[in-house]
Design a protein around this ligand. Structure first.
Ligand code: NAP
Length: 202
């Protein structure tokens, strides 16, 4: 195993946007596999209500079942405390014995990169791919990256993904409002959401 991609996010819920990004990056960088890593306790969301990790894990398992290159790791949901990306990368780098790691997440999350734990160590271990929605203004991200030393700045790569017009927050809202979520995520995940009464108004 030489190069892998880690797909970090809350995945509340996983949707076609995430799956398209993962497949696109895998192909573009000729990576051996993509490992989805649902966040346990995201450091910047300690005050937000997030769906129970077991449901988020079950939905990812359903979503990735048909792609032999996709896997899931539950290390962040099993680890105690906050889910710092640098700890995850360190741990997975050792267990997969890889040369290069690409860590994909949303550009909005990467905008906060300067507040992440041990950011320079993180960037010395991995490339970060900042997935953006169509029409996303890259100026803010470029401004943020200027604060990093050049070698680290170059380790963050923006990638526009048309399918990211889909968003988890929109899917949650649509379910709450009784609107259709068909064609936004895999049918198996849609069925799981309805079967378990997830995201319906309480
Ligand atoms: P978020 O605030 O829920 O998401 C920010 C934006 O990025 C949303 O628009 C989201 O869209 C999108 N997004 C999230 N994951 C994505 C992915 N894998 N591919 C494409 N778009 C994605 O961010 P989050 O999910 O909680 O955090 C993102 C990752 O950064 C997690 O792995 C988290 O642990 C890590 N993080 C680490 C630190 C740290 O180490 N200190 C701090 C903050 C975040 P959707 O809602 O549609 O997914």
């Amino acid at each position: 195993m030489k190069e892998i991609c880690l797909m970090g996010g809350t995945f509340d819920p996983v949707h076609f946007g995430h799956l398209v990004v993962a497949e696109e990056v895998r192909q573009r960088f000729h990576l051996d596999k993509v490992v989805f890593i649902p966040a346990g306790k995201p450091p910047h969301k300690t005050d937000k209500v997030i769906l129970d990790a077991q449901h988020r894990v079950n939905m990812i398992r359903l979503a990735i079942a048909s792609n032999p290159y996709f896997e899931i790791s539950t290390i962040e949901v099993e680890r105690r405390g906050l889910s710092y990306t640098v700890d995850t990368i360190e741990q997975l780098r050792r267990s997969f014995q890889v040369e290069s790691i690409y860590f994909i997440t949303g550009a909005d999350a990467i905008l906060e990169i300067l507040t992440w734990k041990d950011v320079e160590r993180l960037l010395s271990m991995a490339y970060l791919i900042a997935a953006t929605r169509p029409g996303y203004d890259l100026n803010n991200l470029e401004e943020t990256l200027k604060s990093l030393p050049t070698p680290f700045m170059k380790r963050i790569l923006p990638l526009e993904v048309p399918a990211l017009a889909i968003s988890s927050s929109d899917i949650r809202k649509r379910v709450r409002e009784g609107k259709s979520i068909k064609y936004l995520l895999p049918e198996s995940v849609e069925g799981y959401i309805y079967h378990n009464n997830i995201y319906v108004a309480k």
